[in-house]
Design a binder for this molecule. Structure first.
Ligand SMILES: [Zn+2]
Length: 392
């Protein structure tokens, strides 16, 4: 594979030719990909084949800047679908299931891959494109869907609208929900809330537009299995780049083995986690990310010297079933960062702010200002939520 890419892929030629072994190959970073596409628009130089061989184009969500475009050949796309099939198999999705994909089918890759993978597995696959949240709920009920695929945020949004409409989704045919795009489904409180709302078992998985769907949960739900048939996983210290031992927190570095059209070698994912190689009760061996992705290196917030991930904030907020939506604002006050949390409370907000502030102080050791706001005033999300805002 190395010789093949070194001959054909301009982005990797130099990197690969200079190195004798895998561990000598320099890391690939997101910034390098952004710069490469800016220098050689529109697609950059990470192309192994002539451009006419590519049949699919997707883009990253651009959370941290300009989106990156990602191209696939039919062979690379089939590889993506194989990886997604492992996500479904891990969740126990099988013949006879009906998969509802609650998504508007834009340029983002995850749901296209989920949709086509389900179809390839021989499952009835139902598109949620071009529909309102209410129409999607009706569609799930009328078509007797058994599997729901969406972001964790959107699952809660569906549940919220169902509640307003008096629809009992916990009595629908949905038995499994599969999520990605955000750490939500690995946050115990968020997972519990989705499971209760749909009367289903909730599964997380992890993937990235530029990498592939690399991790999935099995029915034992004990961390995220890394699909090591298709990816090489390494863990490094984000500050030094040095290798980190199993059991220690680090940044995940991945190499995908089947996406030849636009590959990534030793890519710094920014995902922080802990690897365990103890065998799982499900019988699978190999690396697992314990507790899922704990956060991203680039979205950590520092409040008066204490490092906090938005997922830690979410895990506390979701303890309150009466909070329907929330937003985190980081205010800078004389070089000090302060956390302001806005919460939308259904019903009586009395005491919620005080109790939340107390939990932030107990669990995270930070002082937070909690402000209840009127229902319906905070933004709602279908894709990745953008609940964190820095106010200068
Ligand atoms: Zn397992």
């Amino acid at each position: 594979m190395r010789a093949f890419l070194a001959e054909r892929n301009a982005f990797y030629t130099d990197r690969l030719k200079r190195c004798r072994q895998f561990h000598d190959i320099p890391f690939t970073t997101k910034q390098q990909l952004v710069d490469d596409q800016a220098d050689s628009p529109p697609f950059g130089t990470n192309l192994t084949f002539p451009i006419e061989n590519y049949t699919r184009i997707h883009q990253t969500s651009g959370t941290a800047g300009k989106p990156i475009l990602w191209l696939d050949t039919p062979e690379s796309w089939n590889w993506w679908l194989r990886c997604w099939a492992e996500v479904f198999k891990g969740a126990g999705v099988c013949r006879g299931d009906r998969v509802y994909v609650a998504f508007s089918f834009g340029p983002f890759i995850g749901f296209w891959a989920a949709f086509e993978a389900a179809q390839q597995m021989g499952l009835m696959t139902i598109s949620g494109g071009g529909q309102s949240t209410e129409q999607r709920l009706q569609s799930i009920l009328q078509r007797e869907a058994t599997v729901l695929v969406c972001t964790p945020t959107y699952a809660l949004r569906l549940a919220d609208v169902a509640r307003e409409l008096g629809l009992e989704m916990s009595r629908s045919s949905i038995r499994v929900t599969v999520h990605a795009g955000e750490p939500g489904a690995s946050i115990p409180e968020t997972r519990k809330r989705i499971e209760q709302s749909f009367g289903a078992k909730t599964f997380d998985h992890v993937g990235m537009t530029e990498m592939g769907a690399y991790g999935f949960e099995c029915e034992k739900q004990s961390g995220l299995h890394i699909n090591e048939d298709e990816f090489i996983a390494e863990m490094i210290d984000p500050a030094t780049g040095a290798e980190v031992e199993d059991g220690q927190k680090g940044e995940l570095v991945l190499t995908n083995l089947g996406r030849m059209g636009m590959p990534l070698i030793r890519y710094r994912t920014g995902d922080l986690s802990v690897i365990s190689r103890d065998p799982c009760e499900c019988g699978r061996r190999g690396a697992r990310l314990m507790g899922g992705v704990l956060g991203r290196a680039d979205d950590m917030i520092t409040i008066r010297g204490i490092n906090v991930f938005p997922s830690a904030v979410e895990s506390i907020v979701r303890r309150y079933p009466e909070i329907v939506e929330f937003a985190i604002e980081i205010h800078r006050h004389r070089e000090m960062h302060e956390l302001h949390l806005k919460v939308e409370v259904a019903g009586n907000p009395n005491g919620v702010a005080e109790r939340l502030a107390q939990e932030f102080s107990n669990d995270l050791r930070i002082r937070a200002k909690v402000e209840p706001v009127a229902e319906g005033t905070l933004p709602r999300f279908e894709l990745k939520s953008r609940r964190l805002r820095v106010v200068e």
